[in-house]
Design a protein around this ligand. Structure first.
Ligand code: GLA
Length: 710
């Protein structure tokens, strides 16, 4: 032990969780994250440490938070620095450890030879059981630059875990979970899209083999970052496994001047000893407690909104929009969001990004009549923008063709006919801020849908340097500036659907658009993946057109509405074409959502295990007074009678009234079911252990139950 003045272990506790940090070697190691340990004693260590392995070094290099090569670490480097061709043999030694209360730990390690310090800040806040790990790397030299090539937080995977799950996907079908066993190979994902990506953020769940909705130990980590990143899961030859998350840096992307520091994106870690429901609860609790944008949502109901995109695309104008606002208000809609197509010359996706003023042909009197119509109807007004982008066919580009990211040596690569602005340039940031500020101060706009519709393929700035890291930080600064100047404006984060969903951008946005698909069947799997981490008040869910524009599949309104009910409700279809029957159904759903949104947006998530042709989920209030549960029949049932529906998370000794509140009208099977439920009060333990018989369901249909203590 090189640091005899330190305690060998530090323990962080909150009410349910303990974290043990091993400081016996020269770098800190996360030794344990899990259920609270009351009686851990350093004397136990002799029984916990591995014995010397044959044909190995006497003490194997520990899986430190930032393993360096000088420890003999043979996995992927946690940290790699250089001063030209020198200074790469980093050998940091822990110098100081400060524990604040029982929930925070600050550790400093330095390397005298290379003149580098690393600061680790660990926190286990009382509100939420999640551990946060923040790391900064400081160039201590007074004269020399320091290149940082890698900074990947590294955590050991508990040795009884055998599998891991991460998320993949594509545009229109994000958040698809995928489970694999931990093999004796490295699994590595590198995202270079310049945004979080449709195939997922750097998030991973490691777990026991038999993980179900309610059983099994699991541990999950997420990198709070919206730019390039890497995720790695590896089994070393000695059998130990680790996971690693970090910003993916291009050569010379981070060069620190003397005395400056690089702050790595924060890593959040949650664990559960109660399967995926427990894990989801941990993430939702963390996000509600630690992110002011989300905590604030508890103060105001999530307004039902209509978004003009799939109903009207670019075909918007004043008279049409005024008619829509009135019709939407009659349905019970509370916020009108004008999507793409409203600004100067924007008739398709080939022009105008950057020219953020109202199109004079479509909106000759500007946004004012629309905003006024909304306030007459007691609705909020929201607006779509895509501030990070510019169209080559725009006034902005014609005036400032040099404001973009590009590779000098190569022709420009357009995607969706657009280019990416270099946000880190002060004049670009000023232009965007001023454009948004003009819109937001001229009109009482309470909501911005902030979109980002392309990958950053050619991420070079005017100096020819790699730009994604700086671009991501500049985006956060810009969002922060807008939020600070207009605190009453809510921002929805969108990147062609779910291309930028992560806890980095969540510091500034209070709703995500998880996917461009409004296909209710596909949405069920998108929502299932999304909701493992994020609570429903953040999950934009829209009732789309009867024929889904992305898949061509047709669904009736009861299914589309019953799926959209589960997040922050919106409508994204042409409501002027609704039949009287569908109009009445839509109004019923909106009313139902308004009656239950408080519970939906504050309760504890439940994930139910169902046969593979079904899906089950729910939300139960913290005091277990009431709950909402969903059941979806995804495809034709394999057996004539469905498996009984076993509820979860209820007070086992209380009695509940169970009502089937959706769909409003269905087959005779459902009507009998609704009637028989009306006569009963059932105890929580019966509902959870025995469950209730489900009516026979057609494929692509959904049921919603409301339970209240009798
Ligand atoms: C992206 C978004 C859509 C819509 C369009 C507008 O694709 O994900 O919801 O706003 O842009 O161009």
């Amino acid at each position: 032990m090189e640091n005899s003045e330190f305690q060998p272990f530090y323990q962080l506790n909150n009410s349910d969780t303990s974290v043990l940090v091993d400081c016996r070697q020269r770098l800190p190691v996360i030794f344990y994250v899990g259920p609270r340990l009351e009686h851990f004693d350093v004397a136990n260590l002799a029984l916990l440490d591995r014995h010397e392995a044959p044909a190995s070094v006497p003490a194997e290099p520990s899986i430190a938070l930032l393993p360096d090569i000088t420890s003999g670490w043979l996995g992927h480097p946690g940290i790699a620095v250089r001063r030209g061709l020198q200074g790469w043999q980093l050998h940091c030694v822990l110098q100081r450890v400060t524990q604040s209360q029982c929930d925070g730990l600050v550790l400093t390690a330095t390397c005298a030879a290379t003149q580098v310090s690393v600061l680790y800040e660990l926190a286990l806040p009382t509100a939420g059981d999640a551990l946060s790990i923040a790391v900064s790397v400081v160039n201590d030299s007074s004269s020399e630059m320091l290149s940082l090539d890698e900074c990947n937080l590294t955590l050991p995977i508990p040795d009884h875990f055998s599998d891991f799950t991460d998320f993949s996907g594509r545009w229109g079908l994000e958040f698809q979970s995928r489970t694999q066993s931990l093999q004796q190979v490295a699994y590595s994902r590198e995202n270079r899209t310049g945004r979080t990506s449709h195939s997922g953020s750097a998030s991973v769940v490691v777990h026991e083999e038999r993980l179900s909705a309610t059983h099994g130990h699991t541990f999950s980590c997420h990198l709070a970052w919206s730019g390039n990143h890497c995720l790695r899961v590896e089994q070393l030859v000695d059998g130990r496994r680790y996971l690693q998350l970090g910003e993916l840096l291009a050569p010379e992307e981070i060069v620190l001047s003397p005395g400056t520091a690089y702050s790595a994106p924060v890593v959040w870690c949650c664990f559960s000893a109660g399967g995926l429901t427990g894990l989801s609860r941990c993430w939702h609790r963390l996000i509600r407690a630690q992110f002011p944008t989300v905590a604030k949502l508890q103060q105001k109901p999530r307004l039902v909104q209509i978004n003009t995109w799939e109903g009207h695309y670019f075909d918007v104008n004043e008279s049409k929009l005024l008619g829509l606002i009135d019709q939407a208000a009659q349905l019970g809609v509370e916020r009108f969001v004008l999507d793409d197509g409203w600004f100067c010359g924007r008739n398709d996706d080939k022009s105008s990004l950057g020219d953020w003023w109202a199109d004079t042909k479509k909106l000759p009197r500007g946004l004012t009549p629309l905003v006024e119509a909304c306030s007459r109807n007691e609705m909020e007004f929201g607006l779509w923008v895509e501030p990070e982008m510019v169209s080559p066919d725009s006034d902005l580009y014609r005036s400032h063709p040099d404001w973009i990211l590009s590779h000098e040596s190569a022709p420009q690569l357009l995607a969706r006919h657009q280019l990416v602005l270099d946000l880190a340039r002060p004049e670009v940031e000023a232009y965007i801020f001023d454009s948004l500020s003009t819109l937001l101060s001229q009109h009482p706009i309470r909501y911005l849908k902030w979109d980002m519709n392309r990958d950053i393929h050619q991420a070079g700035n005017a100096l020819g340097h790699p730009a994604v890291s700086g671009q991501t930080r500049a985006l956060y600064r810009l969002l922060n500036r807008v939020k600070t100047a207009f605190p009453e404006v809510e921002i929805e984060g969108c990147a062609s659907g779910g291309g930028r969903v992560d806890c980095g951008v969540l510091n500034y946005v209070s709703r995500f658009w998880p996917s461009d698909t409004n296909d209710a069947l596909d949405r069920l799997s998108v929502q299932r993946g999304f909701s493992l981490f994020y609570p429903p008040e953040l999950m934009g869910c829209h009732i789309g057109p009867e024929t889904c524009h992305l898949t061509g599949r047709q669904h009736d309104l009861t299914f589309r509405a019953g799926v959209a009910f589960w997040g922050h409700l919106g409508i994204e279809m042409d409501i002027t074409t609704l039949s009287d029957h569908d109009r009445a159904t839509m109004m019923l759903l909106i009313e139902l959502y308004k009656n239950h949104r408080q519970l939906l947006h504050s309760g504890q998530p439940q994930r139910l295990d169902r046969p593979k042709e079904e899906m089950g989920w729910g939300v139960v209030s913290t005091a277990q007074e009431e709950g909402l549960f969903g059941h979806a029949q995804l495809m034709s049932a394999l057996r004539p009678f469905p498996v009984r529906y076993r509820f979860q998370g209820l007070d086992k000794s209380a009695h509940y009234r169970v009502q089937c509140i959706w769909p409003p009208i269905d087959s005779e099977f459902l009507n009998d079911h609704v009637a028989s439920l009306q006569e009963q009060k059932l105890s929580g333990d019966v509902l959870m252990q025995l469950g209730i018989a489900l009516p026979i369901r057609k494929p692509e249909s959904v049921l919603i139950y409301y339970l209240s203590k009798a």
